[in-house]
Design a binder for this molecule. Sequence first.
Ligand code: FKS
Ligand code: ZN
Length: 343
Amino acid sequence: MLSFHDARTQNRRSTSELAGGLLVAPLECPERVDMIAARIREVGLGELCPAQAYGREPIEAVHDADYVRFIEQAWSEWQAAGYDGEAIATVWPTRRTRADFVPRHIDGKLGYYALAAETAIEAGTWEAARASVDVALSALEHVRSSGEPAFGLCRPPGHHAAVDQYGGYCFFNNAAIAAQAARAAGAARVAILDVDYHHGNGTQQIFYHRDDVLFTSLHCDPLDEFPYYLGRADEIGTGAGEGANRNHPLPPGADYAAWRAELEAAMAGIDAYDPDLVIVSLGVDTFAEDPIGSFRLASEDFSDYGRLLAGLQRPTLFLMEGGYAVDEIGINAVNVLTGFDSA
Ligand code: FKS
Ligand code: ZN
């Protein structure tokens, strides 16, 4: 299968992630992409193609224009405020304050648009986030024009990014933007299958009221895991979207047998939905050795579920999300793709 990438995704070089009360080197690092690209070449998965530029229009078909402008300008506003470090939110609109206006000060804006504090904005963030969308849309175009599967080596990831919120290492929701672009290009129904260890709260929020995009997610129970405030099984969609949102939370420490059983249930639902396109939000932080995930998948399990996904027999777009065991990230991500191709 063909893969798509863009060197500008490596322009995000944040040095600070707020973790355990410390500022540490971010888990979501540029080497993740290098390792996956190296593995693609090593196994001869297929050509690694450069992305085309799509501009901001497809981004603004999903995200608020004011939010997109905020991501564009946040770093220069932060610098203009005279701060020395990277831009990190420290204050929020909460359950007992107002959230119906955007403050003028950059500190107020950061809290308004952030859903978590671990993710810093720095000099290369805007360019990398836009490039990540271009990667997703380039891979989509290949799937649509050829009917063949494709892989978008997106970075930064996207599934936590909501209509007007960033966090959990995500700024623009690559999978949602690709789904929306596919709809605009004529696909009647798109299914998003999110297999990242964390719930895709942003993707869920974006399509919660719609029945033309099905969101199905397997993830660690939000009672125990980030993003904590969304992702439970009783969230089924609203209005026209009722029934088109399906969450499969699993307990911390889940093994592959439990995970695979949920995947089969999720796939039966996708099959019945009869989508024209399946978008897989491919996070490999379900790996047993992942530094932040607690699930127990082995490298060969990724090949196994890649094979299983081919059984849907639908045009399929894989987009990279999380995965932080950098030494094995290439093996695990590419195992899904070779498993799919081998079926
Ligand atoms: C470690 C706590 C980490 C944030 C977790 C973010 C997960 C991001 C992801 C994505 F796919 F978006 F990258 N808390 N000290 O893996 O879901
Ligand atoms: Zn994740």
